[in-house]
Ligand binder design. Sequence first.
Ligand code: NAD
Ligand code: IMJ
Length: 260
Amino acid sequence: MHAQVPQLMHGRVVVVMGVANERSIAWAIAQSLAHAGADLIFTYESERVAERVQRLAAQIERSSVVMCNVAEDGDIDALAAFVRERYGVLHGIVHAIAYANKEDLAGAYIDTSRSGYALAQDISAYSLVAIAQRLVPLMTQGGAIVTLTYLGSERALRNYNVMGVAKAALEASVRYLALDLGVRGVRVNAVSAGPIKTLAAKGIADFHGILREVEAKSPLRRTTDASEVGDTALFLLSDMARGITGEVIYVDSGYHIVGV
Ligand code: NAD
Ligand code: IMJ
């Protein structure tokens, strides 16, 4: 399947943040990167998922695993120290992390608390800045950063609420980071994925109905597969995308272009 893009990432070191299980979009991105020859560093949120991520990473040659809760500056400092000591250089970062309180992802946006708003922004948007601050100094040969976003950043989508506002901040952050980092040869882009049944989609009201809507209305008449997101992230992290920065690329079967 990946025969057309052999070793696009040979000799490239990439940090992949956000694998929780085999359904995670970050895991699909890791598959694409591994097939293209990249060296991968997986980070995981907490001891709760440690064993699962270590078991998954063991399936991939040339990989290592580090704990990193992005709410903790010290954890990100430790990640940077690990990458510096073990690899000496970094070429790519995959940021596939989001979190909001469950109660803020249902009902009315107007009910969002100050602390719920701050939490969603901190984990889902500010974390990209905190990570770039500490890891970009290791991108001494240039590099690329890819994050994950969703259509709820620009359309008011039922229940997405505080996450939509955090994703709007994340996308704006992609543009400002791209402006900062271009002179260093570091590109920053986002992939806006269509709905995919992952842990982050569990318990979302009528997720099944949302998937059916994409099947019915999108130009490609089907839902998004995580492997499609993986291959687009690979493209953005590779030299094939050397002219692209500050951009949001949609991998959503074309759903977002369709009018009523
Ligand atoms: P997922 O639950 O597998 O991944 C989310 C990850 O965020 C998990 O690995 C979790 O451990 C991590 N995380 C949460 N808080 C963290 C913290 N404090 N420190 C470190 N890691 C933390 O679900 P996913 O769908 O693969 O989500 C990945 C990204 O894709 C998210 O940014 C999400 O918003 C985005 N996205 C998902 C969809 C979808 O439909 N699933 C669509 C578009 C965009
Ligand atoms: C999430 C909420 C509401 C509607 C949603 C989603 N739709 C989709 C998602 C339509 C596709 C998934 N998504 C794009 C996300 O970014 C999810 C983020 C998320 C999910 C949870 C669930 C469990 C929890 N906190 C969360 N924080 C962020 O406790």
